[in-house]
Design a protein around this ligand. Structure first.
Ligand code: NAP
Length: 251
């Protein structure tokens, strides 16, 4: 939400040690307020992002750590923020992992793990931080989903299903939160140039690029720009949407 005088914005960005989350944290920082830079284990990278946030204009920026697969760790994160007198009015959930493998090669643990990382985490975050937003009658939740959650991808059935679940979760939660003026949206990127694509060979990257009408991957900053808009006062009438950011790919 916008940082009105006397009510400075507190933004929590999960998975902000690198990639899309880091770009979102830096972009939100440019609008002031406090940015909480979450990471899973890359704390020194996250510290560098927090430093960049302070340089970009945040009044405060600091690092918190929690495995988003663990409700207990996320409860501790919330308690840590409460001790600091902070409750996020903006929640951007970007933490996530990729998984490549045909369904026949995907064992139950891998399936469950992806659903915990991408979907159950969103449940915990909304359970923990949604009530204060409703109480304040303001708030913005933005999930970083994926094009694959809309159209599905061979070799990524589990990931596609988890992101598809996240899209439905976004739409349903938006309806529950709307009467309190809290918006809930998802951004569904196609391919974004982050560590997540680092497992691809040169040939695989070229094959991907050949499919994208704009002929290039998105930058994390381009995703961050859309997220910043959805997190702002200006986007107050947009809720329950899954917005593709794909360079024209498959949508
Ligand atoms: P990335 O560069 O690999 O960064 C992933 C981030 O998530 C890191 O900050 C990592 O923190 C955190 N993370 C991963 N597992 C975690 C866990 N269990 N607990 C806490 N934090 C965890 O990935 P990215 O490309 O920015 O992706 C961000 C989001 O965009 C993901 O949800 C992804 O599915 C989605 N997305 C990405 C693309 C793409 O092409 N890059 C396309 C569509 C959608 P640590 O390093 O500290 O563990």
């Amino acid at each position: 939400m916008g940082a009105s005088p006397g009510h400075r914005r507190v933004a929590l960005v999960t998975g902000a040690s690198r990639g899309i989350g880091a770009a979102v944290a830096r972009r939100l920082a440019a609008e002031g307020g406090t940015v909480v830079v979450h990471c899973g284990s890359s704390t020194s990278e996250a510290e560098r992002v927090a430093e960049a946030c302070r340089e970009a204009g945040a009044e405060a920026a600091f690092v918190v750590r929690a495995d988003v697969r663990s409700g207990e760790e996320l409860k501790k994160l919330k308690a840590d923020l409460e001790r600091r007198g902070l409750m996020p009015s903006v929640l951007v959930h970007s933490a996530g992992t990729a998984y490549y493998g045909m369904l026949d090669e995907t064992d139950e643990d891998e399936w469950d793990d992806l659903f915990r990382v991408h979907l159950k985490s969103a449940y915990w975050l909304a359970r923990l931080f949604g009530p204060a937003m409703r109480w304040d009658r303001s708030g913005r939740i933005v999930h970083i989903s994926s094009l694959w959650g809309l159209v599905g991808a061979a070799g990524e059935v589990a990931y596609s299903a988890a992101k598809g679940g996240l899209n439905s979760f976004t739409k349903a939660l938006a309806r529950e939160m709307a009467s309190a003026g809290v918006t809930v949206n998802a951004v569904a990127p196609g391919a974004v140039d982050t560590d997540m694509l680092s497992g691809f060979t040169k040939e695989e990257r070229e094959a991907l690029l050949a499919e994208i009408p704009l002929g290039r991957f998105a930058s994390p900053e381009e995703v961050a720009e859309l997220v910043a808009f959805l997190a702002s006062e200006r986007a107050g009438y947009i809720t329950g949407q899954v917005i593709g950011l794909t360079g024209g790919w498959r949508i």
